[in-house]
Design a binder for this molecule. Structure first.
Ligand code: FES
Length: 116
């Protein structure tokens, strides 16, 4: 298991998503689920567009835990202008699973995460 801690633009922890090796594999598509899949499953209304690493809509900043993330997943990053600490969630996957692994991701869009 690896924990994804999701932070808002204001550095507020808004969600912790636990990813196991088993639930990271999409049997239907026969490929690893992307981080975008986990964010959307956790009801974080992520923006996205191309779903192929080229438009940049789904970008997040990796605050820590880079070593547990495969930024290119089964694709190649097409968008060349992303920073070293950024990930395109539509292609990035979790590559290492260990209960001590924590990946901190910061959203790059403003949203209201208040629970009503
Ligand atoms: S949705 Fe376009 S880069 Fe991720």
């Amino acid at each position: 298991m690896t924990k994804l801690e999701i932070y808002s633009m204001d550095d507020e922890l808004i969600k912790i998503i636990e990813v196991t090796k088993e639930n990271s594999y999409n049997k239907r598509l026969r490929m690893d689920k992307t981080i975008l899949d986990f964010l959307l499953d956790s009801e974080i209304k992520m923006p996205y567009g191309c779903m192929g690493g080229s438009c940049g809509a789904c970008i997040v900043e990796i605050l820590s835990g880079h070593e547990f993330i495969d930024r290119e997943g089964s694709h190649k990053i097409v968008l060349k202008s992303i920073g070293e600490n950024d990930a395109l969630t539509c292609i990035a996957t979790v590559k290492e699973f260990n209960p001590e692994n924590i990946v901190k991701l910061k959203l790059k869009f403003k949203a209201d995460f208040t629970i009503r």
